[in-house]
Design a protein around this ligand. Structure first.
Ligand code: PRX
Length: 650
């Protein structure tokens, strides 16, 4: 190892790699990282050689800032790399995917387990791709996918990638308004859905919700419907097709699209600090390389390894590390249909004991839930397959980090805290498990090609130890192509606040060893259960209710979900500040934004604290919500009676 690390915090030495070939010392990591930034055209060709290129790229990247494009001149296919590459290498019989149903029998065994080898998965993918092509789907189109967590969800994603159509997966918990917004903004003519899904033992209807959305748009020409729960649905002749019938006539020899590197591979809608969710568009080759390489470097995934990423494939973590990352690595991905408290909180330990993953990738919110529910069940299961644990989505506090390593990992596994975001495509800052000494609570050091920096309140870059806004200084492989349909918003949101640098929206600290400690969001985004929610979106839904004059939403720390939504509401005269009004407002939020955004509490105020130019003082509201009082400079407050001195219950 190179220079010893400062002793400002507890440090865990990385264990020896279980296999030869893994990066195993910090000095080599630092050298490679420096090389990746200094000489990308020399560094990347070697790194990308393992992937299948219909045409090799001419360069690592061209252009700067929002115009940067990775691997120009190249042609590739994401699904071909995730499937055929392994089959061509003789690994067609390796398991690609193991899925288990939420429903269990009395002996806790799942009612259904489905397994697909690489060959079997490819067959399903290409048949569906051919069927979609027969419905008119072409390279460059967008296809919205609104499916529960079933094997057909990754199959549908891969089938789109096969054709060069961008998939737009919409979380199956979203209401029809959110679904409609995403179908329309993406311009999808085809939607893939199911009759319904299972969640917490109940059927969640999907096709009926899609029907509601489709009553309000003429954009969609074809709907593919998977039969999963058997619940009643209506099929509209000419528009709606059963998955099983389409796929039966699909051609398993349909060729893959040889798309250029910068071709859009998927859209993922995410909340920002203003307005409606934005469609983050990702390209093909940069995403493929960043995802494929981090699957190996962050999680040590090799062909035949088993990984369980607890993220729903509908979110970016699930896209990248439940679906593409494991498959690009030739590993087996474990996918679980339901919620992890079904039938009780020992479900995760059952899944690990049953499918024996070497890698478990999850969120601090889930680890905290496991801590709360006790260790008895965990200690009764065989978790000895686990070799590496990893975390994402929110800061993992040092005590939670230690519990995860000591109790779930029996003190032997590295814990890889990965920092990244929807826009990043794949993991950006994380410790190399066998090379980087880990500091609990720090995501540590950047991946190859990633150049994070901090910018202080004075707008200047922070040199050495310090804190500030986390920015990315140069293009990285998995970087977004932009915001779908909105190049202006793309530039304004990410590139213009600190000209030339990509603004992540997070604040962070860097210590004397160069380790990054991500502190949280700097903008009006709340992280509930690891999901991003924009305060503006929730406020928009609240003021849509007839009783509401004004509203402001803030995020407050919450042991269970990380951050909880707290809504302050000013009613129009004539409306009662009572539970009936509260319930009506909650319903409005659920129908427009979804259940994820349900507030922990709604508080009625006579007015909102504003400055003299009418801007709502969220800092005061947040402080008031947490402590019951406001401190600091309140001289800008227009109406000092806005916040009554009553002690809040939060
Ligand atoms: O605030 C950061 C937090 O999650 C945000 C990104 O959210 P999303 O786009 O939904 O993607 C989540 C999974 C990649 C970031 O801006 N975040 C993510 N990982 C970490 C984190 N905060 C602290 N530590 C992390 N490891």
């Amino acid at each position: 190892m190179s220079a010893p690390l400062s002793a400002d915090t507890e440090t865990f030495a990385p264990p020896a790699p279980p296999r030869p070939g893994s990066l195993s010392d910090l000095a080599t990591y630092r050298r490679l990282h420096a090389e990746s930034l200094a000489n990308p055209d020399k560094f990347w060709p070697e790194q990308i050689a393992e992937f299948h290129w219909f045409k090799q790229p001419d360069h690592a990247f061209t252009g700067k800032g929002p115009e940067a494009r990775w691997f120009p001149g190249g042609r590739a296919n994401l699904a071909f790399n995730a499937l055929d590459r392994h089959i061509l290498a003789g690994r067609g019989d390796t398991l690609a995917l193991i899925w288990e149903s939420e429903a269990v029998a009395a002996d806790r065994q799942p009612r259904e387990v489905r397994r697909y080898t690489y060959t079997q998965l490819r067959d399903e993918v290409v048949r569906l791709a051919s069927a979609l092509s027969a419905l008119g789907v072409q390279s460059g189109d967008r296809v919205t996918i609104y499916l529960p967590i079933v094997p057909e969800l990754p199959i549908a994603m891969l089938a789109c990638a096969w054709l060069g159509a961008a998939h737009n997966v919409v979380f199956a918990g979203f209401p029809s308004q959110a679904l409609l917004d995403r179908i329309e903004d993406s311009g999808s003519h085809v939607v893939i859905t199911a009759d319904g899904g299972w969640r917490n033992g109940k059927v969640v209807p999907l096709k009926p919700i899609l029907d509601e959305a489709l009553n309000r748009t003429a954009l969609v020409r074809h709907v593919v419907v998977l039969r999963h729960t058997g619940s009643p649905i209506e099929l509209r002749a000419g528009r709606d097709h059963l998955w099983s019938e389409l796929v039966a006539s699909g051609d398993p020899a349909h060729p893959p699209a040889q798309v250029p590197s910068g071709h859009p591979s998927f859209l993922m809608y995410t909340s920002g600090s203003t307005g409606k969710p934005k469609g983050i568009a990702h390209g093909t080759a940069g995403y493929l390389v960043h995802t494929g390489l981090t699957a190996r470097h962050a999680f040590d995934l090799h062909p035949g390894d088993v990984v369980w990423c607890t993220a729903d494939p509908a979110w970016i973590t699930g896209h990248t590390y439940t679906v593409y990352g494991p498959l690009l690595a030739g590993a087996t991905t474990v996918i679980y249909e339901g919620i992890l408290s079904s039938p009780d909180w020992d479900r995760a330990w059952d899944i690990i004991a049953r499918h024996r993953p070497q890698v478990l990738y999850t969120t601090p919110t889930l680890v905290r839930a496991w801590i709360r529910h006790g260790e008895t069940g965990l200690r009764q299961r065989d978790l000895s397959s686990l070799r590496l644990l990893a975390s994402v989505g929110e800061p993992i506090g040092p005590s939670v980090w230690r519990w995860f390593r000591e109790v779930v990992g029996a003190g032997r596994t590295p814990v890889v805290d990965t920092w990244w975001q929807t826009e990043a495509g794949a993991a950006m800052i994380f410790p190399f498990p066998y090379a980087t000494p880990a500091k609990p609570g720090s995501a540590s050091l950047p991946f190859f090609g990633v150049q994070p920096a901090l910018v202080g309140a004075d707008g200047r870059e922070v040199v050495g130890a310090g804190s500030g806004q986390l920015v990315i200084k140069s293009p990285w492989p998995g970087m977004l192509l932009g915001i779908w349909n909105n190049p202006q918003r793309y530039r304004a949101t990410y590139w213009e606040t600190i000209p030339g640098f990509f603004l992540t929206g997070d604040t962070a600290r860097r210590d004397a060893d160069g380790y990054f400690w991500v502190l949280g969001r700097a903008d009006d985004v709340i992280k509930v259960n690891g999901h991003r929610l924009g305060t503006a979106e929730i406020e928009g839904a609240i003021v849509a209710h007839a009783s509401v004059a004004e509203s402001a939403v803030v995020g407050v720390p919450d042991e269970q979900v990380g951050e909880a939504v707290l809504a302050f509401v000013v009613l129009k005269s004539g409306y009662e500040a009572d539970d009936t009004t509260r319930a009506a407002i909650v319903r409005e939020i659920e129908t427009q934004v979804g259940k994820l955004a349900r507030p922990r509490e709604i508080r009625f105020l006579e007015s909102l604290p504003k400055n003299r130019s009418g801007k709502i003082l969220r800092r005061l509201l947040r402080e008031y919500a947490i402590t019951g009082k406001v401190s600091g400079d309140v001289s800008t407050l227009d109406d000092s009676t806005a916040l009554p001195p009553a002690a809040p219950s939060a």
